[in-house]
Design a protein around this ligand. Structure first.
Ligand code: ATP
Length: 836
């Protein structure tokens, strides 16, 4: 643009005009001579050059400036407009100068004398030389001589004067011309400048439009490039698919050829086959009847289970009642024991009193005997005295007084003995009564104990029967599940947290209800979705799953329900257990738990190692390998890698047997549960966890724990190979409500996107669509064999209990129902049995 502007300016600019003026203004050069008297020699050289017709020196002349003349350039002489202007200037000049142009010889006008140019040519003198010329005469020179000598000088001065006069006139004329032309040129330049500005504006506008077009073009190009890349990726995928299809086709063709050969052979055996078919039909009928009987068994079992359950309930009621009775009897027994104890103490003290009384009685007896002996002796003495006739009366009275006192003492002691005997008799009676009561009570207690024992026995029996019934039910349920090929769904509702319960502003009431009896006991739940401001009333929604765990269910009880599924990994099945639910609903608690309440993963490890050890007795040997990964923002990361971020790009591939491989993963041999605990701790350190509005320790990624189990029985040479995939998904989250920004927002968007891709896959499978979009996210592609293959798959549907999350719970439960309706291929056991 600027270049063009520059290139245009010289063509229409002043220098071009200057040339025209110069071309027609030779007299200007004369004026130069006036202003530069020292240039006479140069002027001469110039004239000579002009005469030889060489135009080049013209270009080297000094630049035109006021009072000095103009410098022509070659390019300017070619300009048409300038040439036009030049010729008009020449004309004007010739008009003004008249004869000076027509006859250079008469340039000095009518004076027929030598011109200054002639004089200068002849003498080579400059103006200054002429003006400064001084004439000196020798003394005595005659005046006439002096006058004669002055004549040429005067001539020169005259010529110079004329020349100067003409030059001045021409200069004035030229100056006027120049002024006019400058005005014209300025006007023209102004017009051109305006045109130029208009053009420039136009060009700028065009440039802007072009730039916009370019930007649009670039955007389109980028879009096209992205589309092309996507197309290439799709193409590559299609090519891979095509290649595998071709392989399959080749295989099928080979198979066809083989089949054609076999067909010939088989035709000969067709009759034999028909027999087999007939047998098969019979067998099928038998199987059908077996199936019917199995169904009948199942129904009977269910009825039995219900009966047993009822009996159990009754027994539990009775047991509770009896327990109450036993407790009151035990209290009575304790009271009676206490009474018996007291009576025993009383009896002992009575026995002690009796012994004292007996001792007293013996003493009294001895004293009485002694007193009687004394009395007899006294009687003898009295008789002796009477017979001797001469004893004093005083001694006699004293002796009779002593005798009366002693007899009174004796009668008192006899009374005391009698009362003591009575007391003893009553104490004996009391003891006998207490002994009898204690015996009766003891008999009653033993009888009650026997009753309690009997009841406990029948309760244990009933419980055992219930447990056995439950085991059978579970087995039958599992068989039916396997036959149906459905993904199992176990719904787990977490308890109301302490924070929720404490927060008065929280809508912390339970929004879920569980049936307490009937068919849906342990399998159903009801959500009460609250009404809204637009007047919609609260609504109840009923759901049923394979199992529903209410808030009180412990980790132990939950694992008990899935232990068989875990076990089947050891039998050579592919097993996949994953936890799905909104953020903070208890997925990580269910899958990993904590030190006090370990979850599914640590318990599964414990069980697998214990079962492995038990099976070692039957010569089974197991080799187990673990790996752990997370999908964070649509990128797979190795959680067992030593480096925090190894920067590796991990690719997921599935082989034709549905075995999934993730490239460049750290795989660790494990042979004891503690090793797995260490790996889990290491992985949990690396896993992306953050604090969100709904969960302090929220998982920001999907975590996948994979355990490969290779078993070999050295006696039978049977080999099994199973896989256990245990997955803790990141929680869905309503971005608007969580108020997430920055990295949290990006994470939440990636999580929601992959969960929505999981939803699309589930919908496609449930609706039996031909195309299932497994490739729409890393998660669905990784889970492809679990969702669309032949593995045993179970989903934990984790749900928060409160009204605050009723809407999310409803969405999760609807999703769970869809998952439950998904039919996958029948689970396949990966077992290699040696031939022969
Ligand atoms: N069954 C339960 N019993 C007791 N506490 C529970 C139970 N389920 C969850 N919790 C507690 O609730 C909180 C949230 O649980 P958890 O972190 O497992 O949720 P989450 O679904 O994994 O969330 P996120 O998707 O955000 O990772 C934790 O403090 C956890 O201990």
């Amino acid at each position: 643009m600027d270049e063009r502007r520059e290139s245009r300016i010289p063509r229409t600019g002043i220098p071009g005009i200057g040339i025209g003026a110069l071309a027609g203004s030779k007299p200007l050069e004369s004026s130069k001579t006036v202003n530069a008297p020292t240039t006479g020699a140069i002027d001469r050289k110039r004239k000579a050059a002009d005469a030889s017709g060489d135009a080049a020196p013209e270009a080297k002349r000094p630049t035109f400036s006021a009072g000095q003349g103009a410098r022509p350039t070659r390019s300017n002489t070619t300009t048409g407009a300038a040439a036009g202007r030049t010729s008009s200037l020449q004309q004007a000049t010739s008009t003004r100068t008249g004869p000076s142009q027509a006859n250079p010889g008469s340039e000095l006008g009518p004076i027929a004398e030598e011109t200054w140019d002639d004089i200068r040519d002849k003498t080579g003198q400059g103006v200054d030389e002429v003006l400064n010329k001084k004439l000196s005469f020798p003394k005595g020179t005659k005046p006439e001589r002096k006058v004669e000598a002055f004549v040429p000088l005067v001539k020169e001065l005259k010529a110079l004067g004329r020349h100067l006069h003409n030059s001045t006139q021409r200069l004035e004329l030229d100056a006027e011309q120049w002024k006019r032309h400058s005005a014209e040129l300025a006007a023209q330049a102004e017009v051109e400048r305006q045109q130029w500005n208009a053009k420039q504006e136009e060009v700028e506008k065009q440039m802007k439009e072009i730039r916009e077009m370019l930007e649009q073009q670039e955007e389109q190009n980028n879009r096209l490039e992205t589309e092309v890349k996507e197309g290439q990726v799709r193409l590559a995928a299609k090519e891979t698919e095509l290649a595998s299809l071709q392989q399959q086709l080749e295989g099928v063709q080979g198979e066809l050829e083989r089949t054609a050969k076999q067909l010939e052979e088989r035709e000969s055996k067709i009759k034999e086959m028909e027999d087999v078919v007939r047998t098969g039909q019979k067998y099928s009928t038998t199987l059908q009847s077996y199936n019917t009987s199995l169904q009948a068994d199942l129904t009977a079992e269910k009825t039995r289970r219900d009966e047993v359950q009822r009996a159990k309930d009754e027994l539990q009621g009775q047991a509770a009642e009896l327990g109450g009775k036993v407790r009151s009897l035990e209290q009575l027994l304790a009271y009676e024991r206490e009474q018996v104890g007291k009576l025993r103490e009383e009896r002992e003290s009575a026995t002690r009193d009796l012994a004292v009384l007996r001792a007293d009685l013996d003493n009294t007896r001895q004293e009485r005997e002694r007193a009687m002996a004394d009395s007899a002796k006294m009687k003898e003495d009295l008789d002796r005295l009477r017979t001797a006739g001469g004893k004093s009366l005083e001694t006699l009275e004293a002796l009779s007084n002593d005798k009366a006192t002693m007899e009174a003492q004796l009668s008192m002691q006899q009374k005391l003995i009698a009362s003591m005997r009575e007391e003893l008799a009553s104490a004996k009676e009391n003891r006998a009564m207490a002994d009898a009561t204690a015996e009766t009570r003891g008999a009653q207690i033993s009888e009650l104990k026997a009753q309690v024992e009997t009841l406990q026995g029948s309760l244990a029996d009933a419980e055992r029967r219930v447990y056995e019934g439950e085991l059978i039910r579970r087995k039958l349920h599992n068989i039916i599940q396997d036959l149906k090929g459905n993904i199992r769904v176990y719904c787990r509702v977490r308890p109301v947290s302490a924070a929720e319960a404490a927060d008065a502003g929280h809508d912390s009431e339970m929004a879920l209800d569980f049936p307490t009896s009937g068919d849906l006991l342990g399998r159903g739940l009801t959500v009460v979705a609250p009404g809204n401001l637009s007047g919609q009333a609260a609504q109840k929604h009923n759901f049923a799953f394979d199992r529903v765990f209410s808030p009180g269910t412990t980790q132990d009880m939950v694992f008990d329900e899935i232990s068989e599924l875990v076990q089947s990994a050891l039998d050579g099945h592919k097993v996949c257990i994953f936890a799905y639910g909104q953020t903070g609903s208890g997925k990580t608690f269910t899958m990993l738990g904590n030190r006090e309440q370990p979850g599914v993963i640590p318990r599964a490890m414990q069980q697998i190692f214990q079962s492995g050890q038990k099976l070692a007795a039957q010569d089974w040997h197991f080799n187990m390998q673990a790996s752990m990964l997370e999908i964070y923002n649509e990128e797979i990361r190795d959680l067992l890698s030593r480096k925090k971020d190894d920067g590796k790009k991990h690719q997921v591939t599935h082989d034709t047997n549905g075995v999934t491989t993730v490239s460049d993963m750290t795989v660790v041999d494990v042979n004891r549960p503690e090793a797995v605990d260490q790996l889990l701790a290491q992985a949990m350190d690396k896993r992306s966890v953050g604090c969100t509005a709904l969960n302090e320790q929220s998982s920001r990624s999907h975590m996948v724990f994979v355990m490969r189990i290779e078993g070999h029985n050295r006696t039978t040479d049977v080999k099994v190979s199973g896989v256990l995939n245990l997955i803790d998904l990141a929680g869905s989250e309503r971005v608007k409500e969580s108020g997430a920004t920055g990295q949290r927002l990006k994470e939440a968007q990636a999580i929601n996107k992959s969960l929505s891709a999981l939803g699309d896959v589930i919908m496609a499978i449930a609706n039996k669509q031909e195309h299932v979009p497994f490739r729409n996210s890393k998660l669905t592609y990784l889970l492809q064999p679990c969702l669309g293959g032949d593995s045993k798959t179970l989903m934990f549907l984790n749900v928060a209990p409160t009204r605050e999350f009723a809407h999310e719970s409803l969405c999760s439960l609807r999703f769970g129902s869809k998952v439950n309706a998904c039919e996958i291929n029948q689970p396949k056991k990966n077992v290699v049995v040696p031939r022969g």
